[in-house]
Design a protein around this ligand. Sequence first.
Ligand code: MN
Length: 148
Amino acid sequence: MTGVIRHRGDYTWEGVERLAYKQEPGSHFKDVTRQVLSAGSPGLFAELRYFEGAPGGHSTLERHGHAHLVVIGRGAGHCLVGAEVRAVAALDAVVVPPLAWHQFRATGDEPLGFFCVVASARDRPQLPSAADLEALASDPAVKAFIRV
Ligand code: MN
């Protein structure tokens, strides 16, 4: 899609399909939708997506070699990036570096919507092993936050 992608006023965009967050089996997430606003264009090696979690909804706990650039668009919640859990709210920006564990969750009673810029050519997400989960859980705040 090129040119103006018109917001319909309800966190959906004209001509953009609202999809389940992921199709891959074994990818644990809850109540999150995905809209691909731009799947890239010549001269731009990135995609722009909008994800939204219903209250209590969360993205997959994962990591990968590519980075994410996230801007919170709606609501509030928390995210794990690397070893740190932080509160986030509309218009906060979040940079997820390569190989950092990350997860977003709408922790309150409102949805958490965020825009995510990602490279068009990218590696597949890795899910945590039992040993990874044990290492993550050594921090009590991280242990309390993550959902798998
Ligand atoms: Mn990711």
